[in-house]
Design a protein around this ligand. Structure first.
Ligand SMILES: Cc1cc2nc3c(=O)[nH]c(=O)nc-3n(C[C@H](O)[C@H](O)[C@H](O)COP(=O)(O)OP(=O)(O)OC[C@H]3O[C@@H](n4cnc5c(N)ncnc54)[C@H](O)[C@@H]3O)c2cc1C
Length: 353
């Protein structure tokens, strides 16, 4: 790959960032026979793309926000991912425990609509569960006050492996995908971006890469690239962090996940089986500056533990936490709470033409 870089010449597409977005763009571009190069400054998926809840979802919560088009798109992508990468995506059932009388009809109707919108890309029908069926599916749920539950289906995937496989697929289609290559500056001609300056972190060598189009797919770090173009450019990203706790499987000894549709700060919380453990999350905490190694705050850990204590028979404590991981959402700046800010950031294309 490095020797192909040294050959020089102009590339059609240069992608900055080797997370889900950048690698997906590289697969798309290379499979259209565009001469494609991608640079990632650390490991592929070092950033947000290895720190997710690992769900391939159709965006149940966007249904609550009335964003039907986004849900339809996400459900269709979920189906395509299942077809294209069946070794990395699996069908997972989720139980929503119902402690209030209105929860079953309220969430049930929404999830039936979700099934209907998935059409023939659906993963299974939503079912209303009795109290006994709910406890068979999720035996560690606190039975006190439990009235029943709803079971629905969504996808689960290995986010980091998916990124590696996207890198391999892009390379199969002829792309050059290099990690430990950091973009340090932008090349310009006549005021337009015409390439990047990139540094090989191991050899400390720098390269000038000419490209017809440069794509900024650096997630929460997008503003740093934007400011390489224009130091005074208005920043776009409002990072928000989300944490996950890894707990022992004894807290959910089943192949079913639990979904808490509304925590007391209005978020969705998941407890999901993952490699003989469970992962529980997440939070939504605005942070001022994006860092490469974000840290979970103690009040976020307390919040996740306390929420789970409401629902489980055995209360998880600090001593039960096997590990914690934390990721940053690249939300688009705007007013309001982070939970309502757009998850979609349009990559900035700039071409010579
Ligand atoms: C807590 C949490 C839970 C989530 N759960 C889910 C989920 O269950 N399902 C789901 O679909 N989505 C989920 N998401 C969203 C999803 O993870 C993100 O949308 C996605 O990972 C963003 O990918 P990205 O490629 O845009 O960013 P990133 O993965 O952050 O990639 C950007 C890359 O750019 C690199 N970079 C930065 N600067 C440079 C430079 N100068 N030169 C070269 N490279 C550079 C970085 O090192 C990084 O690897 C979750 C997000 C969070 C935070």
């Amino acid at each position: 790959m490095i020797s192909r870089l040294a050959e020089g010449g102009e590339w059609d597409i240069c992608v900055i960032g080797g997370g889900a977005t950048g690698l997906g763009i590289a697969v798309d571009a290379a499979s259209r026979e565009l001469r494609t190069v991608l640079f990632e400054r650390f490991d592929f998926a070092k950033g947000t793309s290895s720190r997710s809840t690992k769900l391939v979802h159709g965006g149940v919560r966007y249904l609550q926000q009335g964003n039907i088009r986004l849900v339809m798109d996400a459900l269709s992508e979920r189906g395509l991912m299942m077809k294209n990468a069946p070794h990395l995506v699996r069908n997972l059932s989720f139980v929503i425990p119902n402690y209030e009388w209105w929860e079953s009809p309220f969430y049930g109707v929404g999830l039936k609509a979700y099934d209907w919108m998935a059409g023939n890309l659906g993963l299974g029908s939503t079912e209303f569960l009795s109290l006994e069926e709910t406890l068979i599916a999720a035996p560690t749920l606190d039975p006190e006050g439990l009235r029943g539950g709803i079971r629905y289906h969504d996808g689960q995937f290995d986010d980091a492996r998916m990124a590696i496989h996207l890198a391999m697929t892009a390379a199969d289609h002829g792309a050059v995908v290099l990690n430990y290559f950091s973009v340090e500056g932008l090349l310009k001609a006549g005021g337009n971006i015409c390439g990047v300056n990139v540094k090989d972190a191991f050899a400390s060598e720098t390269y000038e890469i000419k490209a017809k189009a440069v794509i900024n797919a650096t997630g929460v770090f997008s503003d740093a690239i934007l400011n390489m173009d224009d130091a005074d450019a208005e920043t776009l990203v409002s990072p928000s962090q989300g944490i996950h706790l890894v707990l022992d499987k004894e807290f959910l000894p089943a192949e079913t996940a639990i979904m808490i549709p509304r925590t007391n700060d209005g978020r969705v919380l998941f407890a999901v089986p993952w490699h003989q453990k469970i992962i529980v999350g997440t939070t939504d905490t605005p942070v001022g500056v994006a860092s490469v190694e974000p840290r979970a705050q103690s009040d976020e850990i307390d919040f996740v533990l306390q929420t789970m204590r409401h629902y489980l028979m055995k209360d998880p404590s600090y001593a039960d936490i096997k590990s914690v991981f934390c990721g940053l959402r690249p939300l688009v700046k705007g007013g309001g709470k982070t939970a309502s800010l757009s998850r979609i950031i349009t990559s900035r294309f700039q071409t010579q033409d």
